[in-house]
Ligand binder design. Structure first.
Ligand code: ADP
Ligand code: MG
Length: 491
């Protein structure tokens, strides 16, 4: 612990009333700090106490000066008891501890010199929004503690608001739940767990909640972070030996939003860390919002205790958009670029692009770009030409050979096995998965598909397709395999 901490003198010292002399007051705080430094981890101590000072020690009270409301809240909540114990050890009697925000001369000069003395962006935890609270803070700028691990600040995407979000049957429940959370964070659905395939709007909903909460309750401490960032920052904190600081930053939040929690799979230590953070926030009725590419129990190698917590609140699935929703999304995206598309163009796009909203968005942008570059009118014919490649190539690209290549690799089997008469489970399952995917992604007839796998007849292919379709519902492992291979096919 740095020596100069002890050397910091009190800002004002006025021991009124009691027997305490000025000198004793001056010497008390360094001793209290010393006690605290021995008890707390180095990072915690340096972060929270380096900017404190002793304002007064009276018979029954110790007043501690802190630089702003952020410190005030955190010290009062987390460290008041520690200070009390340390002070009692030093003065030999129990004192009440009071923290007070003080404006140092340094701060006043800085504010005068530069009104916008917000912390450097890299000092803020990613995406963090710390609203200033009413009180004796000299500046209304957000306040953050220096975080040696913080990487670049993750800003919310301005477009990801509910105003820009089209609600349809596939996302209605997630949207309604998000609205309920916005109304009463931490009270109704906690955690809110949203899952669904790629590009269906999970990140948009999560960030939409953050935007809305920030607008409604500017004082709320909200952190939005992709799970990958959470894990990377945790690892960096471990390496630098400042896990306590990392912890404090997450556990002081009012709303924690973690995107893509499936990223925790296989990362035991991060899971453990997240588990404890979850518990701390949950017990304090702080809102937790999570997203994932699959349902809690389908995330592989994630601890059961986390799975069960994910299910404590509300689990919402986001489905692919229906035809009508796709139409509405296309219109909205075009309007966002100040363009109204003709109805037949909108319909053509909505018919052709079914898998994800991200894909729809890309198509609208390409189409608008094409028309303006080529100076073409926005007609159905132009749309067909402009997007023909995009739409056609995707359908053309998936071949049975492509499917076989991915499935044999995934299940570690040989093509010759799939084509053989072998009926071991280890061979029949991948063979049936191939048939199922060939039905889904190609236009081959049942008999043609059968031909690829040792000349099996159409009823075998039909049986295989139905079986894989049905078994995915109660076999998460199979569903995951099929999803993974499908994603690779669609990539
Ligand atoms: P995910 O996180 O599920 O992979 P995103 O939230 O990143 O998906 O969404 C992909 C893109 O589609 C984003 O640009 C998002 O704004 C857009 N999007 C998704 N759903 C909708 C919707 N219902 N209305 C409008 N835009 C949407
Ligand atoms: Mg996302």
């Amino acid at each position: 612990m740095p020596d100069d901490l002890y050397a910091r003198g009190p800002l004002t010292v006025s021991a009124h009333g009691g027997e305490m002399s000025e000198t004793t007051t001056e010497t008390i705080w360094p001793k209290v700090l010393k006690q605290l430094s021995e008890k707390l981890k180095e990072g915690q101590f340096a972060t929270w106490f380096s900017k404190t000072s002793c304002l007064e020690v009276s018979d029954d009270l110790i007043r501690v000066g802190v630089p702003n409301n952020f410190y005030y809240e955190w010290l009062t909540r987390q460290y008041a008891a520690d200070v009390k114990v340390a002070a009692a050890e030093v003065v030999g009697r129990e004192l009440s501890v009071v923290f007070e925000v003080v404006e140092s001369e340094e701060d006043e000069e800085a504010v005068a010199a530069n009104e916008a003395d917000a912390p450097a962006p890299q000092e803020l935890p990613p995406g963090a929004s710390f609203g200033a609270q009413a009180g004796r803070v000299h500046s209304q700028q957000p306040v953050a503690i220096a975080d040696p691990n913080a990487g670049r600040t993750l800003q919310l995407n301005d477009e990801y608001t509910f105003e820009h979000f089209v609600v349809g049957p596939g996302n209605r429940m997630a949207h309604a739940a998000a609205m309920a959370v916005v109304e009463q964070p931490g009270r109704i659905y906690n955690p809110l767990f949203i899952h669904g395939g790629l590009g269906l709007g999970k990140t948009h909903v999560l960030q939409g909640i953050c935007h809305e909460l920030m607008a409604r309750q500017p004082g709320l401490r909200i952190l939005y972070t992709p799970c990958e960032q959470f894990v990377n920052r945790f690892i960096a904190a471990l390496e630098k030996g400042c896990v306590d600081l990392f912890r404090d930053q997450f556990r002081m939040l009012d709303v924690l939003v973690i995107d893509d929690v499936h990223f925790l799979a296989n990362k035991e230590q991060s899971q453990e860390e997240f588990f404890h953070t979850f518990n701390v926030l949950y017990e304090q009725h702080k809102q937790i919002i999570l997203s994932s590419d699959s349902a809690p129990k389908e995330i592989p190698t994630i601890e059961e205790r986390l799975v069960s917590r994910f299910k404590w609140g509300l689990v919402c699935k986001m489905e692919k958009p229906t035809f009508e929703t796709r139409m509405a999304i296309i219109r909205k995206k075009a309007a966002g670029q100040s363009l109204a598309l003709p109805d037949d163009v909108v319909e053509h796009l909505a018919m052709s692009l079914k898998t994800s909203v991200r894909e729809i968005e890309g198509a609208v942008t390409s189409l608008i770009g094409y028309c303006s570059l080529m100076n073409e009118p926005m007609t159905l014919d132009t749309a067909r030409v402009a997007l023909g490649d995009l739409i056609g190539s995707r359908q053309r690209r998936v071949t049975v050979d492509h499917i076989i290549a991915l499935v044999t690799e995934h299940y570690n089997v040989k093509l010759s096995d799939l084509q053989s008469k072998k009926r071991f489970q280890s061979i029949t399952l991948p063979r049936q998965v191939c048939m199922f995917l060939a039905r889904k992604y190609t236009n081959h007839s049942l008999a043609e598909i059968g031909g690829y796998f040792g000349g099996r007849d159409h009823s075998t292919v039909l049986y295989a397709t139905e079986k894989i379709e049905g078994r995915q519902k109660d076999c998460p492992k199979l569903k995951r395999s099929v999803d993974e291979i499908s994603q690779a096919l669609e990539a």
